[in-house]
Design a protein around this ligand. Structure first.
Ligand code: CP
Ligand code: NVA
Length: 304
């Protein structure tokens, strides 16, 4: 069977995405009952991190351990990637010794070039353009608490970044409406917005996005790699905080999410973060279960 990668959400079909979410829910139950089956003994996941991570590293490393395999953490500081070894050569070599690879990097084309030279499945663990693994966890969390996302409305509040762009893909695949509230100059990529048609609408006022929404989502104003723009972004995005006023304007029972790490008092208010009923911590935990379902899907395909 042809090698499957997971570089963006649309590397899965909508049906495969829905099945994967159901499998993640199942794996979560098995994990809680301490019944995870050791499906991939001695399998090795290579984890290339060119940016920092807490959740992604832990969830992939723990996930591989649960499945009976092993994970190797590779950072540019300690590998030849940091000394300029071509990404194509790295793809050939790393994939010759690992059964599956995940990469967190800057430009999206880096992961495409790696995948083109890889003999094993490659997973996007965040690029400047997309964060599809986080979407798996977000979708799982919504489905667990509220059921299908079909026909629902999601409000994206703030920077039209990698997370927002993955939400655009999810809106098309799962048939929900995404209202993106962002200031001028912070829109998601125009080609993605155009391809999404009626599924995406850009508005300037967060109130217009929040009204009639079933889920509100935000993310940091300065993503990794944008550290020097922090002050300017804080100034320009200051009217785009996800807070109680916005949540109260949404539909009754609306959820809100943040992929974390979060800056309380900037893109999200402290009271929302610290609300005992928030699903943000489920969202973080679901990275583990959703990625185990993803590893299983890709490894089973590679073996078929
Ligand atoms: N949400 C997320 O990807 O977190 P980390 O950067 O900690 O991996
Ligand atoms: N948009 C953020 C997400 C972090 C998980 C970033 O790229 O830094």
């Amino acid at each position: 069977m042809a090698l499957r990668h997971f570089l963006t959400l649309t590397d899965l079909s909508p049906a495969e995405l829905e099945q994967l979410i159901q499998r993640a829910i199942e794996l979560k139950k098995e994990h809680k009952a301490r019944k995870t089956s050791v499906q991939f003994p001695n399998y090795v996941l290579g984890m290339v991190f060119e940016k920092a991570s807490t959740r992604t590293r832990i969830s992939f490393e723990a996930g591989m351990a649960h499945l009976g395999g092993h994970a190797i953490f590779l950072s540019p500081r300690d590998t030849q990637l940091g000394r300029g070894e071509p990404i194509e050569d790295s793809g050939k070599v790393i994939s010759s010794m690992c059964d599956i690879v995940m990469i967190r990097t800057f430009k999206h084309e880096i992961i495409e070039r790696f995948a083109a030279n890889s003999s094993v499945p490659v997973i996007n663990a965040l690029t400047d353009d997309y964060h599809p693994c986080q979407l798996l966890a977000d979708i799982q969390t919504f489905v667990e608490h509220r059921g299908s996302m079909k026909g629902k409305q999601v409000a994206w509040i703030g920077d039209g970044n990698n997370m927002c762009q993955s939400y655009i893909k999810a809106a098309m695949m799962l048939d929900f409406k995404l209202m993106v509230a962002c200031p001028e100059g912070f829109e998601p990529r125009a080609d993605l917005v155009a391809a999404a048609g009626d599924h995406v609408e850009i508005v300037r006022d967060p109130v217009d996005a929040a009204r009639n929404s079933d889920l509100l989502v935000t993310d940091v104003w300065a993503s990794m790699g944008q550290e020097e723009e922090k002050a300017e972004r804080r100034r320009k995005l200051s009217g785009y905080q996800l807070n109680r006023t916005l949540v109260d304007l949404a539909n009754p029972g609306a959820l809100y999410m943040h992929c974390l790490p979060a800056k309380r008092g900037e893109e999200i208010s402290a009271d929302l973060m610290d609300d005992p009923n928030t699903v943000i911590w489920d969202e973080a935990e679901n990275r583990l279960h959703a990625q185990k379902a993803l590893l299983e899907f890709l490894l089973n395909h590679a073996a078929a």
